[in-house]
Design a protein around this ligand. Structure first.
Ligand code: ADP
Length: 302
């Protein structure tokens, strides 16, 4: 991955000022990982240090019995197009913790001009992952800004995406729960191709109408389009990486790089598998039941 190597050279995430806080610890942990997506951390050194850091900054507890505003550390996993952003953002509103999507952080970075951003664009627009170093740095900055504002928990969407990222995160934070969203593969491509974003307010819509007949007694899956209100209609854009060719590559990269992350959390007993039964009206109440959050749903967004 030549571009990734060039980015490696360009990008230096280490700042002395940030040395002792939790988010910069993510960066320091990563510095001992010798290649972008390759060898894992030295568990003897990094994870021990991480545990001490963790003790200072966060207290472990069970995920499902907590109430609004508490410091949830949840992660959403799932293939491109599955709806991580939609459900993470709804839960974020319900639970009063920020929704942090690394894809959004990357796209913000891409919107700036400069050599780094054009090299990143080349990776993202071809469906590749950006280097671990880069994503850790973006996430660290975001966590640091959140900490200054008093944020103590979060719902991560799109991170971790490699086992290296998962090891680093596990070393510094006690992730309470990982929700692995699943959807029939034929729906994933259609959902990515139908995705539209309002260039003004950033809201997500979908023009695809998905109707998959159930076989062997499976239920039919129907997902109606989620159309924009008139104020957004003329401002819709499509993500540059939502073309058929790039979505197929993103799915391939997911299966290769991120599926092992599912196993990582399964082994640790943190993975909640959640098969989406259809669109938001069927899936949202079912997800709340799976999370034992039904009582809170009155305060959820419609
Ligand atoms: P998706 O819809 O495929 O889940 P995202 O919006 O989460 O996409 O991410 C868009 C792109 O940003 C990814 O294809 C990848 O290039 C980059 N990206 C986001 N998160 C990460 C990550 N944790 N590690 C590496 N690259 C990432």
């Amino acid at each position: 991955m030549a571009v990734a190597h060039r980015l490696f050279g360009l990008f230096s995430p280490f700042t002395p000022a940030a040395k002792n806080n939790l988010s910069s610890f993510l960066i320091r942990s990563l510095s001992s990982s010798s290649s972008t997506h390759g060898p894992s951390l030295d568990p003897e050194i990094d994870l021990k240090e991480a545990a001490a850091e963790l003790e200072k900054s966060s207290s472990p507890s069970s995920s499902l019995s907590r109430t609004k505003g508490r410091n949830f550390h949840w992660v959403f996993l799932g293939c491109p197009g599955v709806g991580k952003g939609t459900y993470a953002s709804r839960l974020s509103t319900l639970l009063g913790v920020p929704h942090i999507a690394t894809g959004d952080l990357v796209r913000e970075e891409l919107s700036s001009s400069g050599l780094l951003s054009s090299q990143l664009k080349e990776l993202v627009n071809h469906g590749k992952l950006v280097p671990d170093e880069f994503i850790i740095s973006l996430l660290s900055k975001r966590l640091e800004a959140g900490k200054e504002k008093g944020e103590s928990g979060y719902i991560l969407d799109g991170f971790p995406r490699t086992v290296t990222q998962a090891e680093i995160l596990e070393g510094v934070i006690n992730v309470d729960l990982v929700i692995n969203l699943k959807l029939k593969e034929e729906a994933l491509l259609a959902k990515c191709l139908g995705r539209r974003i309002c260039s003004e307010c950033g809201a997500n819509y979908n023009v695809a109408c998905i109707d998959i007949k159930g076989d062997d007694g499976d239920d039919r899956m129907y997902m109606p389009p989620l159309l924009p209100p008139p104020k957004c209609e003329s401002k819709l854009i499509t993500r540059a990486d939502d073309t058929a060719e790039v979505v197929k590559e993103r799915l391939r990269v997911y299966n290769k790089m991120t599926q092992p992350v599912e196993e990582f959390y399964r082994e640790r007993g943190k993975l909640l598998e959640f098969e989406l039964p259809g669109g938001i009206p069927q899936s949202w109440p079912k997800l709340l039941r799976a999370l034992h959050l039904e009582d809170d749903k009155q305060s959820a967004i419609a």
